[in-house]
Design a protein around this ligand. Sequence first.
Ligand code: ZN
Length: 235
Amino acid sequence: MKTALVSFSGGQDSTTCLFWALNHYDRVHTIGFDYGQKNHVELSCRKSILQKIYSQFPQYAEKLASDIVVNIRSFGQIAQSALTGNDQTMGEISENGLPNSFVPGRNLVFLTYAAARAYLINAQTIVAGMGQTDFSGYPDCRRNTMDALQNALTLGLDRSIEITTPLMFLTKAQTWELAEMLGGKTLVDFIVENTHTCYEGDHQHFHEWGYGCGGCPACQLREKGWKEYLARKKR
Ligand code: ZN
């Protein structure tokens, strides 16, 4: 029995990863993190996405297993960034050359928590939605960071833990294509309508590519990817 634990935030990338995992594993657990993010709305999106999978994609109902949201707000307290603070404008570049939405160590912490959970539920694989193609400049999204962490976790847990990143080398347009491949237009529409990516937590304004403010870096990336996806379809 192949069991996976998906790091699932309720965004486009991790929702695509969730469906990828449902296509590749026998049993799929999910984990999410509350680190005091501004876009707290994604946590309610993730809950409704999981509920809707049961009704709209009943073929996966049997595979979907436990879900847990871990409160790591203490981490948000020490790792201040524009994603967790209130006084910064999203998208500005900090002195170190990284976008100020970078939360130092975030993915390392997420994956270490996920590994502890994976150990407990006997999942051999953690599936996570990082990508380095439309790389926002986050060093903890790179595959070589994942390789090193995978080694550290395997050594530290004395059990083989794999970190699988199906989106690592895909552009945002290719991520939409992957969704289409996994579940056709039904899944693409589902992801447009139900996921949340906007850094500003705007879940009021709906665009053809989904909800968001339209101006923050996450919205811009999502819009650009969507337009490229449509353009590639026409060719
Ligand atoms: Zn936005």
